[in-house]
Structure formats: C-alpha cells, structure tokens
Design a protein around this ligand. Structure first.
Ligand code: ADP
Ligand code: F6P
Ligand code: MG
Length: 475
C-alpha cells in the first residue's frame, strides 16, 4: 500500500500506530451466519407473552432453562436477558420443528457470525499480514461472507499438501450452513411479565446458538497433521467455539472425544514453533459440565484469555468462588473483576495476559515482568475501544477509515473513576506482582448492534499485544 497516501496516514492514526502487518495468525473453530432481529418495542415481547401464556412463561423464567427446547424456554430466557441487560447465549435443541419455529421470525439482516468469522474479517481489514481462518464446515454462502482480501485464507489439503486459498475458492458444495439467531434489543424497551414491569437497562444481544448434531468441533484428520506446518508460519492463534461441543452425539461420540481432539490440536500447532501465543476467546457456556472441561482441559494450554463480564463471573463461580462470581455478574465492579482475574492467573500460571471486557470498561492483567509497559498495554486497549465503538456505530467495520467514526465516540463518563480505582488497586500489596491496565469503553448511545463487539475487542487487543511483543523482542 502506498504509505504516502492520506488513507495510510489515517490508518496509522486510527490504529494508534499499532502495526498488524507484521503478524500472521491462525483462527479456529466457529463460523456461522448470524440472522439478526432487532426488537424495538415492548409490544413484540408482550405479544409473545400473550400468545404462549404468561403463567407458563413466569414458571419457566424462574426455572432458568440452560437449553432452548421449546418456544417458552426461548421467551423466558430472552426476557431474563432483557430484564438484566446482560449478554447471553443459550444453545438450541437440534430439532426440525423448533428450527422451523425460529425460521418464522422476520429477521432484519444476515451477517458473518461466529468468533472466527467475525475476527477473520476484522483482522483482514486491519491489514494483518496473514489470517488463516479454519472452520470444520464451509458452505458457499458462508464463504461469501468472508472479506475477499489476499491476506485472508482457508487451509485445505490437496494431494497431501497444505493449501491456503481464499474462502471463496475453498468452499465445499455439500457442507451444511450453521445459522444462529441473534435478538438485539435497544435500551428502554418496556413490557410486563406478571407483576414485573421490565425496562431494558441497556442495549444488548441474546444469542440462540444452533447445535446441529452433524457439526463437530474438530480439525479434520488430513488437515490436523498439517497443524505443525501451520504453526511454523504464524505468530499467534485465537481458538474459540468450544461452547459448541455437545455432551453426546447421535453416533455415540461424546464431549470426551472432542475435548481430547481439541487438546491434540493445540499441542500439534505448537509442535514446531514454541513461540506462538494462543488466545482463548470465551463465550457463555450454559452447560456446567462442558464449562468445567473447557476450564480443566483447554485453559491450561492457553497463553491469553478474553471474556466478558458474564463469562468471567461464570468462570470464577465454576472455579469455586460462587459469591464473587455472582457479584461480578450482577455489578461487574472493577475491584471484583480484578480479584477474579488474579485468582485465574494464579490458578493458571500459563496465562500471560487476561482480558476482560465489560460494558463500561475493558481491562487487561499481566505479570509485573511482562515485557510490555503499562503505556503499551493502554495503547492496545485504546485500539480495542475504537474498534468496538466503530462496530457498535456502523454494525460492521468494512474499511480502515471506518475507524475514524469510532474515534469520534468519547470514552464513557466513568473515565476518572476508573483511573482512580486502577491506581488504588495497583498500590495494593496483593497486586504487587501484576500490571493492571483499564480503559473506559467508548459507549455508543444507540448502537446499530452489539453482537460480536467482544470478539472485536479481544482480537484487536490480542493481536496488538503480539505485535508489540514481537517489536520488543527484536530490540
Ligand atoms: N453500545 C456500545 N458501544 C460500545 N461498546 C459496547 C457497546 N455495548 C457493548 N459494548 C462492548 O462490547 C462488549 C460486548 O462483549 P461480548 O458480550 O463478549 O460480545 P460478543 O460475545 O457478542 O462479541 C462489552 O463488554 C462492551 O465492552
Ligand atoms: O457458540 P456458537 O454457536 O459458536 O456462536 C457464537 C456466537 O458468538 C458470536 O461469535 C459473538 O461472539 C456470534 O457471532 C455467534 O452467533
Ligand atoms: Mg464474547
């Protein structure tokens, strides 16, 4: 690219002079189509309540189903999420009639979805040197949702050789398409459920995540043996989608089988290149047993971890700190999130960087001896907030100059408060071995959509981190 042109200068400014063009990254596993419906009035919710019976919905609301097996499960969990304004994702029973029921909604738009899909497009647009994006399935329609750039490729094996070609040149005619339904709601939507008068406190999204039996979370055998070769040509990787593993499958396989394969994938990627940094992007995992497997079998193999406030609350609860977890899910106070982050980093000494993104702030925690300075960590967080604000405002980031829009969104009003909290925390004896850096989010008042903002934040910050590390190691 011509470095003299204005666009390049704007790019450097938007990127806060972070340079992704020195980074090659591998992404796996989850790509899907997000069918997005915007709830803009309480009337739509009221109609669902009247149609499916208020009493049954109230009963189900209190039951808190962790899987959607019928319309009432959906309505109850949707209302629970809207009442709390918290991000939520609930798996959908793999049932034809239930899928048809969800197909009857009128969706407003379809968009690239899945952590891999969203992150691949973002990093490609941010001029990352090479983005190798893998998903077990790649239909034509899904392939068409990837940006068509030379730096974004899909790995295949042809005549025994690793081949990296654009997704649109790699799709498989008969591969299935995975669709998630995303229900975005604005702040201030009002409706009643029994004696509850609900007003959505903030704009957020409720994800109904399909879990088709035929979709297995794995790297297919022929490509699996090429992972060491892929590992040699990358600086880092982001793994996500483990929440899509099911306890049991129609062919008798169980989560045990897929977690074992997932552990092998990570070991194979590192086999010939011990320097790569691997980030785990969490997601909401309703099934406690699966959550435990991710924590006990996947997390110990990671270098970096990214979560939102609900996920860090659930993680620390599952680690045995139930009270702290519930407090975080309820209030997301920085003091509690930092306390949980320290527990996680002490329990998993393999983690060198932990990122938590919440509505009002994004923070990173790393060990005191991390080569990056607080100023550099602040820089990657600033980029992350610009990316999130841009995507929140526009719905999509389709070119670098879009970031100028995110730059115009101010940090939220708690800026000074967070600065003083972080300063006080950093002075505490118990955090003397850690660096704690936070920045207030650039909150968009009326976001176009919120799905994928966390993936955007985490991946921008993580690649920024790896890029600065690479520069530091050169010195
Ligand atoms: N209106 C908004 N403007 C800017 N950033 C937002 C807005 N709403 C949410 N965010 C940011 O996006 C993050 C959402 O992350 P997450 O729930 O992980 O989303 P996803 O998993 O869909 O990517 C929040 O933690 C917050 O930092
Ligand atoms: O759990 P799944 O089915 O992989 O879906 C992940 C969901 O999370 C997102 O990636 C947002 O983080 C959505 O785009 C997607 O629908
Ligand atoms: Mg997320």
């Amino acid at each position: 690219m011509d470095t003299s042109c204005n666009e390049y200068k704007e790019y450097r400014e938007c990127m806060d002079y972070l340079d992704f063009s020195n980074i090659s990254i591998f992404l796996a596993y989850n790509v899907n189509v997000d069918a997005i419906k915007y709830y803009t009035s309480g009337k739509e919710i009221q109609n669902l309540i009247e149609r499916y019976g208020e009493d049954d919905i109230i009963e189900k609301y209190n039951e808190y189903p962790r899987k959607i097996c019928n319309p009432i499960d959906y309505i109850a969990r949707l209302i629970h999420a809207m009442a709390n304004g918290k991000p939520a994702e609930v798996p959908l029973l793999d049932d034809e009639n239930l899928n048809k029921w969800f197909d009857n909604f009128k969706y407003d738009e379809e968009r690239m979805g899945g952590q891999v899909g969203i992150i691949a497009n973002l990093l490609s647009i941010l001029r990352t040197k090479k983005v190798i994006a893998y998903s077990p399935i790649l239909s034509k329609k899904q392939a068409e949702m990837f940006v068509d750039n030379d730096n974004l490729v899909y790995p295949s094996v042809v005549d025994g050789n690793l081949v990296l070609k654009k997704p649109i040149e790699s799709y498989k005619e008969n591969d299935p398409l995975k669709i998630n339904r995303i229900f975005e709601y604005k702040e201030g939507i009002e409706f009643k459920l029994g004696d509850k008068h609900i007003i959505t406190p903030i704009a957020n999204r409720f994800i109904v995540a399909s879990r088709p039996d035929k979709l297995r979370l794995e790297i297919k055998e022929d490509l699996k043996e090429k992972l060491p070769e892929i590992g040699e040509q990358i600086d880092c990787a982001i793994f996500s989608g483990y929440q899509g593993i099911k306890e049991k499958y129609s062919d008798g396989k169980t989560y045990e089988y897929y977690f074992t394969k997932a552990e092998e994938d990570l070991d194979l990627l590192r086999q010939k290149n011990k320097k790569i940094k691997i980030h785990l992007e969490f997601a909401s995992i309703q099934n406690i047993n699966l959550r435990k497997n991710i924590i006990n079998r996947i997390l110990p193999k990671m270098d970096c971890l990214g979560m939102d406030e609900t996920e860090v609350g659930n993680l620390i609860s599952t680690m045995g700190y139930e009270e702290l977890g519930q407090k975080i899910i309820k209030d997301s106070k920085m003091e509690d999130v930092v306390e949980a982050s320290k527990i996680i980093m002490e329990t998993y000494p393999n983690l060198e960087l932990l990122q938590v993104h919440t509505l009002y702030y994004i923070l990173v925690m790393c060990k005191k001896d991390n080569p990056l300075t607080t100023k550099q960590l602040k820089k990657i967080l600033e980029l992350a907030t610009i990316l999130a604000a841009t995507k929140a405002k526009l719905g999509e980031i389709s070119k670098v100059s879009d970031l100028l829009k995110g730059l115009t969104v101010p940090h939220n009003k708690y800026n000074e408060l967070f600065k003083s909290i972080v300063d006080n925390l950093q002075k505490e004896e118990k955090y003397k071995n850690y660096k704690i850096v936070a920045t207030p989010s650039r909150l968009v008042d009326v976001p176009k959509s919120t799905v994928g903002l966390g993936d955007t934040i985490s991946s921008g910050a993580f690649v920024g981190y790896v890029s600065l590390l690479k520069e530091a190691n050169k010195k």
